[in-house]
Design a protein around this ligand. Sequence first.
Ligand SMILES: [Zn+2]
Length: 456
Amino acid sequence: MQVFVLDKRKKPLMPCHPARARELLDNGKAGVHKIAPFTIRLKERVGGVVQTVRIKIDPGSKTSGIAVAREETTVSPKTGETETTAHVLFLAELTHRRGSIRDSLTPRRAFRRRRRSKLRHRAPRFDNRTRPEGWLPPSLHHRVDTTVSLVERLRKSVPVVAISQELVRFDLQKIETPEIAGVEYQQGTLAGYEVREYLLEKWGRTCAYCGKTDVPLEIDPIHPRSKGGSDRVSNLTLACRPCNERKGNRDVEAFLKKKPDLLKNHARAKTPLRDAAAVNATRWPLFERLKRTGLPVETGSGGRTKHNRTRLGLPKTHSLDAACVGKVARVEGGNPPVLGIKATGRGSYQRTRLDAFGFPRGFLTRKKSHFGFQTGDLVHAVVTTGKKIGTYVGRVAVRASGSFNIRTGSGVVQGVSHKACRCLQRGDGYGYSLSTKNRKASAFLPGINAGVGNRA
Ligand SMILES: [Zn+2]
C-alpha cells in the first residue's frame, strides 16, 4: 500500500512507496500527517506533478470495497483501441454498521411507544407522517453516507479526478419482483394480500416444508419472530397448517434437520435476494450523491466487474472487485495490504441508561472528553509501573476517573492511566485495521491494527 503525500499547504500529491516515505521522514523532510490511512506531509514542497487517479467503489451490503488507482491509458498495438491500466495505490474495505443501527433504534422506539401508552391516555394520532422522496431507512442511509464521506476524505489525501462505481445489473425478471425494488424496506406498501400473492408466486404455491400443493397455506416466518426474525418478505414462507403447527417457533434449521434438500432450497431462496435488495436500494442514491461531488462518475455493472476479475485471475475480495469496476484492461500493483475501515459511530447521544421498562436507571456523565481524551481516539500508552508494564497502541475508551481501557490488536488492556497516554489520532467514527500479507507494511504502520474488535 502506498503512502499518501501532502504538500506544505496540505494539497494532495501523488502517493509514494513506503520506503520513500520512510526516507523522507528520516531526513526530516516530511512529518506524519495522519496514521490511518498513513499520510505524510512534506515540509518544503508546494505543488507538484500529479497523474490521473481514480477512486473505484464496489458497494456491498455488509462491506464496500474501495480502490484508489493511478490510470494509464495506452493504445493497444493489436486492436488499435485505447486500453486502461489501473495501478493500484490503495485498497480498503469499508464495513458498514448494518444491524447495529436498527438494534439501537428499535428499543428506543419500543420504549417511547410504551411510555406513551402507559403513562396516560393519548388520542390516536392522525397518520400525518409522510416520507420525503428518496427516503431510505437509517441503516441504508448510513451506508450511502459513510461511502460518500470516505470518498470525500480520500480526496483530501489523493489527487482524485474521477470515480467509478459498480451499479448492479440484475435479471430483468428479478428487477420486476417487488422484493428487489426495495419495497420490503418500505413498511406497509407490500402489505396484506400482496405479500401473500408474492409469496405464492415465489414458493410455487406449495408448502415449503413438505411440498404439498392444493392445500390452504399460511404465511410463516422462516426465522421465528420470537427469536428476532424480521417480518420482511425475505423471511416469510408458506406452510400448510400441519407443518406450521409442527414447526412452532423452532428455527428452520432445527425443523428441517432430516430434510437437507428442502433446507438447502430455503437458504438459496432467502439469502441472495435479501442482500441484493439492500444493495440495489442504496446504489442509485449513492450514484446521485457521488455525482454531486463534481467529479465524473463512471458506472459499471456487476457482470463487467466479474468478467474483469476472472480474466485477470484475481481472487474475489471486496477491494479487488472495486479495482475491477468499469473499463479496465489490466490491474497492476500486486496485492497490497488492505486497510479495513469499520464504521463504529461516535458514541451515543443518550446520556441516560434505561431499565427494561424504558425508565431512567442511571446517568452517564455529560462530558464526553476526559483529560483531553475521548472514546475512540487512537492512543499510544507507555506504562512503566505496576502489573501492566508495556507499550500499547490502540483505541481508547475513557472513564471520568482517568483510568482508561485500550483496545489493542491483541485484546483490551484495562485500567491504563491517562498520564501514560499520548494521542496519535482523534477518533473519527471509524476503526482501522490492516490485513497484512506484507509484514513490512505492518511494521511501518505501527498500531494501525488497533481499534477494531472483530473485522468481518
Ligand atoms: Zn406442509
